[in-house]
Design a binder for this molecule. Structure first.
Ligand code: ADP
Ligand code: MG
Length: 716
C-alpha cells in the first residue's frame, strides 16, 4: 500500500487545485495524496433502486422519477418555513418532497418539470413523503450526475464522505478522480500474492477505485475489506514477529515442577483447584519448564481464582531457587496480594518483601539490597518494581496483575528492564549465560476476544471461566429511589448477622453539576443516620497510602462492618465475608466495572447481594444496566460492553500503545481479524525473518508501523 514518497506527495501537485480548497481539505486533515486516497466514504447511498410511486415502501433509499404537479411554500405555526414539491408518475399516485427552512429550494423547480427524488419514503396521511430528497433534474442533460472519469463507477451509487460544510462532495470526487487516475496504479502491493489469491482480493489500485467509485455496493464493501485485511495482517505480522522473537530468541531459566514441589504447593491451599485452574497451572508449568521465556496471558472471570494460579507459579519459581516478582496496579492490591501470600506461606521459609510507596527510605534501601543479594525469594509491589534502581539476583518469573493498564507497548519496556536492568545470573548453573524472566500477565476482568488478539496478541492465553464450587450467583437488583430505606434495612440485617457491606460512590467530592453523591458526604450521612450502630469506614483514592492500607486492613479483619468507598475497591479486593454491595449512580460505571464491583461480594460460600441505584439518562446507559442484570458471565459482559461503547472507547488506542486502527473495527470486522491473524502467524512461521522476496514489502510496512512500538527493530 505504501510507497511512502508517492503517498506523501502534497495535494498542491494536483492540477487546478485552489488555495481555498486546499485549506478546506487541510481542515479535514487531508494534506497529501495518501490522505486523500484513504479518506474513505462513511457510507453509500444506492440510487439504483428506482421504483414507481405505487411500489414505494418504507425502509431504504428509493428513487422515483416523475413530473412536478405542485409547488408550495408556506410557514408552519412554529415559524419554520416549509417547501413542498409534489411529483406524480401516473397521475394517480403522489410523492411529496419536503424541505424545511430552505425557502430558496422552491426556486429550483417549475410545474411540469421531470425530476427524480431519492430518499427514504414514509407514509404521511394519504401519500408518500420524503424529507430532503436528493434531486436530479431529468430533462436538462447538464445536470445529470457526473459520469465517467474512473471507469466502471455506477452513477447510481453515491459515496457519502465525512465532510466539512463547505467542501462540496462533487469537488472532493473530482479531486479523488484525478488522484486515482494519476497515482493508484503506482501504489505498491503489501499483500503477498499468495494471500491476495487466497481471498481473491482486488489489487490496491482496484480496491481504491471500488471504494470511491463503486460499480456496485458489494464491490465497495470488498475494496474496503481488502484494506481492513491488510491493516490487520500488518498488525498481526508484527505481533507474530514479536512473539517469535521473545519465545525463540530469548533464554529463560528452566523451572521444573516435580511431583514433590506440586504436592508441597497444593498443600498450602485450603481448597483443591478447579479444573480450569488446573489446566491453567499445567499450561504455565509447561512454559516454565522450557528454556524460552513464557509469554502468557491469564484471563479469568471475576472471582474465578486467578490469584491461586499466580501463587502456584510464584512458588514453583522459588522452589527452583529463582526469585519471583508480582506486580499489582495499586497499593491496595499489592498489599492484599502480600497478605494472601502471608496467609498461604505462614509456616514456610520463603523470604518475602512488599515493596510499596509506604516503606520508609531505610526499609526500602534494605529491601532493595536484600533483593539484589538474593536474600529475598518473593517480592510483591506496584509499578515501583520496575524502577531503575531495582535489581534482582536471579529473577525467574514476573507476574503482572495488569488490570488493563499495561499494553503491549509497555510490556516491551518491562522486558528491557527485566533483561538489561536486571541481571539474572543462574546461581546453580555453570554456564552463566544471561537469561530473562518468564512472564505472566493477568487481566482483572475478561476482555473481548478480539481485544485479546490485538492488545495481547503476542501472548499465549490461559482462560479460567469456571467459578469455584459452591459459589452462589450474586442477585443484582436495580432499586427505585424510594426503596433506599428498605435497602438500608436489608444491609443492617446482614451486618447484624455478621456480614460486611460496601457502599460504592462514583466521585470523591460533591459536584453539584453532576449531582453525584460524594463518598465523603455519603459516609457522613450513613454514620450519623441509618448505620450509627455499626462501624463504618471511608476509603477513596485521594487518601494517602497509609490511610488506605489501614482502612483495608481493618475491614479485612472485620473491625469495620461497612465500607463507604469509591471505585478503588473495583479491582481485586478480596474479603469473602463481605456479601452486600450498594452501587450509587450505577449508570456512571462501565459494564466491566460493574461486573468487577459485583465480584467483590461473590467471593465466599454465602450468596452475595447487589443493589443498584441508578438514574440512566441515555438509552445506552439503560441497555448497559439491563445487560448487567441479565447475566453474570464476565466474558459475555465484556463483549457486550465493547459493543455498547464501541471498540475505540472500550480500549483506548493510546492506552495499549498500538495506535488507532485506521480501517478495521474490532467489533464488526472480527472475521477478518481472525483470518489475518492465522495468515500472519503461518507466514512468520514459514519465513521468520520475512526474508523471502514476496515478503519484502510487507516487512517494510510492518517495521514502519510497529517496529518502534513493538521493539522489532532487530528483525531482518
Ligand atoms: P480473582 O480471579 O478475582 O482474582 P481470587 O484469586 O481472588 O479471584 O479468588 C477469589 C476467591 O476464591 C478467594 O477468596 C480465593 O481464596 C477463593 N478460591 C480460589 N480458588 C478456589 C478454589 N479452587 N476453591 C475454592 N475457593 C477458591
Ligand atoms: Mg484477585
Amino acid at each position: 500500500m505504501t510507497e511512502p514518497n508517492l503517498l506523501q506527495t502534497p495535494l498542491e501537485t494536483l492540477p487546478n487545485i485552489s488555495a481555498t480548497r486546499l485549506e478546506l481539505l487541510g481542515r479535514l486533515g487531508l494534506r497529501s495524496i495518501g490522505d486523500l486516497l484513504f479518506h474513505f466514504p462513511r457510507s453509500y447511498e444506492d440510487l439504483n433502486d428506482v421504483r414507481s410511486i405505487a411500489a414505494l415502501s418504507t425502509g431504504g433509499i428509493q428513487t422515483v422519477q416523475g413530473e412536478v404537479v405542485e409547488i408550495e411554500g408556506r410557514s408552519l405555526s412554529d415559524g419554520r418555513q416549509i417547501v413542498s414539491v409534489i411529483l406524480s408518475d401516473d397521475g394517480k399516485n403522489y410523492l411529496e418532497g419536503v424541505w424545511f427552512n430552505q425557502p430558496f429550494a422552491a426556486k429550483r423547480f417549475r410545474y411540469g418539470q421531470r425530476l427524480s427524488f431519492s430518499g427514504k419514503p414514509k407514509w404521511f396521511r394519504d401519500h408518500w413523503q420524503m424529507n430532503n430528497p436528493r434531486v436530479q433534474i431529468l430533462d436538462s442533460p447538464s445536470s445529470l450526475p457526473q459520469r465517467g472519469g474512473v471507469q466502471g463507477g455506477s452513477p447510481g451509487i453515491v459515496p457519502i464522505y465525512p465532510l466539512t460544510e463547505d467542501l462540496r462532495p462533487e469537488h472532493l470526487r473530482s479531486l479523488l478522480r484525478q488522484a486515482i487516475d494519476r497515482y493508484a496504479s503506482h501504489l505498491v502491493e503489501v499483500l503477498p500474492s499468495s494471500l491476495r489469491q487466497k481471498y481473491d482480493w482486488p489489487t490496491c489500485a482496484q480496491a481504491l477505485r471500488d471504494v470511491h467509485f463503486p460499480p456496485t455496493l458489494s464491490a465497495a464493501a470488498r475494496g474496503r475489506r481488502r484494506f481492513i485485511y491488510e491493516e490487520f495482517l500488518i498488525l498481526q505480522t508484527a505481533l507474530a514477529l514479536r512473539r517469535r522473537e521473545m519465545r525463540e530468541e530469548g533464554r529463560a531459566p528452566v523451572l521444573t515442577t516435580t511431583p514433590a514441589i506440586d504436592a508441597r504447593i497444593r498443600r498450602l491451599f485450603p481448597f483443591s483447584l478447579t479444573a480450569d485452574q488446573d489446566r491453567a497451572v499445567a499450561e504455565i508449568c509447561r512454559d516454565l519448564a522450557a528454556d524460552k521465556p513464557m509469554q502468557r496471558l491469564l484471563q479469568a472471570d471475576v472471582g474465578a481464582g486467578k490469584t491461586a494460579v499466580a501463587v502456584y507459579a510464584l512458588l514453583t519459581t522459588v522452589a527452583n531457587k529463582y526469585q519471583a516478582a508480582l506486580m499489582a496496579p495499586t497499593e491496595v492490591l499489592a498489599r492484599q496480594h502480600a497478605h494472601t501470600l502471608d496467609r498461604y506461606l505462614a509456616h514456610s521459609r520463603v523470604r518475602r518483601l512488599l515493596l510499596t510507596g509506604a516503606l520508609t527510605p531505610a526499609q526500602r534501601r534494605d529491601g532493595l539490597a536484600a533483593l539484589a543479594a538474593g536474600d529475598i525469594d518473593l517480592v510483591v509491589g506496584t509499578q515501583a518494581l520496575v524502577q531503575e534502581e531495582v535489581r534482582f539476583a536471579r529473577l525467574g518469573l514476573v507476574i503482572i496483575d495488569e488490570q488493563h493498564k499495561f499494553g503491549v507497548h509497555q510490556r516491551a519496556r518491562f522486558r528491557r528492564l527485566g533483561g538489561a536492568g536486571v541481571s539474572p545470573v543462574p546461581a546453580h548453573r555453570s554456564d552463566a549465560c544471561p537469561t530473562e524472566p518468564h512472564y505472566l500477565v493477568m487481566t482483572a476482568t475478561p476482555i473481548p476476544r478480539t481485544v485479546a488478539l490485538t492488545v495481547f496478541g503476542d501472548l499465549d492465553v490461559s482462560i479460567i471461566r469456571q467459578l469455584p464450587p459452591g459459589r452462589q450467583p450474586v442477585a443484582a437488583r436495580w432499586e427505585p429511589a424510594n426503596q433506599r430505606e428498605r435497602v438500608y434495612a436489608r444491609l443492617r440485617e446482614g451486618l447484624a448477622q455478621g456480614r460486611q457491606a460496601y457502599v460504592v460512590c462514583p466521585l470523591v467530592e460533591e459536584s453539584a453539576a453532576l449531582d453525584v453523591k460524594a463518598a465523603t458526604q455519603m459516609y457522613a450521612e450513613l454514620c450519623a443516620g441509618p448505620f450509627r450502630d455499626f462501624r463504618v469506614g471511608l476509603l477513596h483514592g485521594r487518601q494517602d497510602e497509609k490511610t488506605k492500607a489501614t482502612i483495608m486492613d481493618r475491614f479485612r479483619k472485620h473491625e469495620l462492618d461497612l465500607l463507604v468507598c469509591t471505585s478503588v475497591i473495583e479491582v481485586g479486593v478480596d474479603v469473602p465475608n463481605a456479601t452486600l454491595l450498594v452501587i450509587e449512580h450505577a449508570e456512571r460505571f462501565g459494564l466491566s466495572q460493574l461486573h468487577q464491583l459485583r465480584g467483590r461480594v461473590s467471593r465466599g460460600p454465602s450468596a452475595g447481594q447487589c443493589f443498584l441505584f441508578a438514574e440512566p439518562s441515555s438509552e445506552e446507559a439503560r441497555r448497559r444496566l439491563r445487560a448487567f442484570l441479565r447475566t453474570t458471565d464476565g466474558f459475555a459482559l465484556a463483549e457486550e460492553d465493547m459493543k455498547l461503547r464501541g471498540a475505540g472507547e472500550f480500549f483506548g488506542a493510546r492506552q495499549h500503545g498500538l495506535g488507532e486502527l485506521r480501517f478495521g473495527n474490532l467489533i464488526t470486522d472480527a472475521d477478518l481479524l481472525r483470518a489475518a491473524r492465522k495468515d500472519a502467524f503461518e507466514l512468520v512461521a514459514g519465513d521468520p525473518g520475512l526474508r523471502r522476496p514476496e515478503h519484502t514489502l510487507l516487512r517494510a510496512a510492518v517495521l514502519e508501523r510497529y517496529g518502534k512500538t513493538l521493539d522489532l527493530a532487530e528483525i531482518g
